[in-house]
Ligand binder design. Structure first.
Ligand SMILES: Nc1ncnc2c1ncn2[C@@H]1O[C@H](COP(=O)(O)OP(=O)(O)OP(=O)(O)O)[C@@H](O)[C@H]1O
Ligand SMILES: [Mg+2]
Length: 449
């Protein structure tokens, strides 16, 4: 019996030496069997096992290689079902050793990959084979990476399968920094910042900080905040996690969601001022700031949303840094002033980016994108109108978009001029109204004193 335990411990300790497959369980198929099995689960305590995806990709590539042969030979009588079953079992050879992989899915939909090999291959498997598989899988992934756009499901839908936290669609958005209309200097700054982040692996390691960066995008509606996020994703080849805070009940759900995100991703919270009513009711007896769901009945106990500001801040401050790298966090808001200073303190949001009303410089980018124009006699008129009028790039774009094929550049530009003149009138009227109102107040005070 002592011998039995000693041998078991010996195997356990060697298996535990595999550092990059962070956590997995292992077991002997049978004590007297010469085979050893290692399991790689998709999730460990809601954390993504980062070895799992690359391994699955690697095996997928292997399986389809084989499937091609099968398909060729079985095309007549099979209905394809055989192939599917075979794809969950893969035999692999590496440096003269043989291993077997098998995929198991439990009743909750969680997948586990089981690697079986002979004891005498143990050193090769643990020292180099697994590493090789993970690296191969990663490079295959990088080659065919399709960007995804994830949205969180309401927590009441969680639990039935691994895809339950986030649902996704393929992300295909044409926005690029080239087509983004904004001040060229600012754009350059942002591009440099992103490039530094992207190449910052060693730097972040050196300074001992989690490899993450936070951007706060603010500005009026239609100025390109969402467009910029898409451009960032396209530039870096990152997926986007669009986090809807109102669908979350509490901090622990927030934690589960965030730890289930993958590397090389942008986590986005749009309209943060609306998601968290930071200026609204706060419960005094809690030390945390309590955030209340805006839409729900606020007096109804069931409808309370317990995502707290401190929960969010803890995440941003890197409490979960151990479980993820290469992440960008983006907040957007229309009202910078409405945000709690704690939320936007520097260090949390590394860069504050203002997206403003359309300037003439920005207009020129749009004219190039939409009309393929570098200059036009009407430009100077537009330039002077833009100096005195607030118009969002989205409104400019709408005017420049060809409504029908017959409309030419002149027509579009004239539409824009009309639109600018209308806005100018309204804005002047508003200013006048405001002035009149202030004058009235001043006058009232004069009468009083
Ligand atoms: N700076 C810009 N450059 C190019 N196109 C823009 C820009 N801003 C807006 N647009 C156009 O207007 C549309 C709406 O812009 P977008 O959704 O990015 O605005 P937003 O700032 O996110 O607005 P909101 O605050 O309402 O969410 C985009 O699809 C894009 O075509
Ligand atoms: Mg938006």
């Amino acid at each position: 019996n002592h011998l039995k335990i000693a041998i078991k411990e010996f195997f356990l300790s060697t298996i535990q030496q595999i550092s990059f497959a962070k956590r997995f369980s292992d077991k002997f198929i049978n004590f007297f069997s010469p085979y050893v099995q290692i399991n790689f689960s998709e999730y460990e305590d809601y954390r993504v096992n980062h070895a799992f995806d690359p391994i699955e990709t690697y095996l997928g590539a292997k399986a389809t290689d084989k499937a091609k042969h099968l398909r060729a030979s079985q095309v007549r009588e099979s209905k394809g079902l055989v192939l599917k079953r075979d794809e969950t079992k893969v035999r692999d050879e590496y440096e003269g050793i043989r291993v077997w992989w098998e995929m198991e899915t439990d009743s909750a939909g969680y997948k586990t990959l089981k690697l079986t090999f002979h004891r005498r291959s143990r050193d090769i498997v643990t020292n180099s084979y697994i590493k090789y598989v993970v690296e191969e899988g990663k490079s295959i992934d990088a080659k065919n990476k399709k960007m995804k756009l994830f949205t969180n499901n309401p927590s009441s839908h969680w639990g039935s399968s691994k895809t339950s936290f986030w649902r996704y669609i393929d992300f295909e958005h044409p926005a690029t920094f080239e087509t983004l209309a904004m001040d060229p200097k600012k754009k350059e700054q942002i591009l440099n910042d992103l490039a530094a982040f992207n190449n910052g692996k060693d730097y972040y390691k050196k300074i001992g900080k989690a490899w993450k960066r936070g951007y706060l995008l603010y500005g009026p509606p239609g100025t390109g905040k969402s467009t910029m996020i898409a451009a960032m994703a396209n530039l870096l080849n990152y997926s986007i996690y669009d986090l809807e805070l109102t669908a979350i009940q509490n901090n622990s759900e927030l934690r589960k969601l965030l730890t289930a995100t993958s590397n090389k991703s942008i986590i986005v919270i749009e309209d943060i001022d609306c998601s968290l009513d930071l200026t609204g009711k706060r419960k005094k007896k809690e030390s945390n700031l309590m955030i209340w769901r805006k839409d729900g009945d606020q007096d109804n106990e069931e409808n309370k949303s317990f995502v707290t500001l401190s929960g969010l801040l803890n995440f941003i401050d890197g409490i979960w840094s151990a479980c993820g790298q290469e992440r960008i966090i983006v907040f957007t808001t229309n009202h910078l002033a409405k945000l709690d200073p704690a939320l936007i303190r520097r260090g949390r949001m590394d860069m504050h980016i203002e997206l403003s009303y359309c300037t003439f410089e920005a207009f020129k980018t749009l004219a190039k994108n939409y009309l393929d124009l570098d200059s036009h006699p009407l430009f100077s008129k537009i330039e002077s109108l833009m100096k005195e009028t607030n118009i969002a790039p989205a409104d400019v774009a709408e005017n420049l978009m060809k409504k029908n094929r017959e409309t030419d550049a002149d027509g579009s530009l004239n539409d824009l001029i009309e639109s600018l003149e209308r806005k100018k009138k309204v804005q002047i009227a508003q200013v006048d109204e405001h002035k009149e109102y202030s004058n009235k107040i001043v006058e009232a005070f004069r009468k009083l004193f």
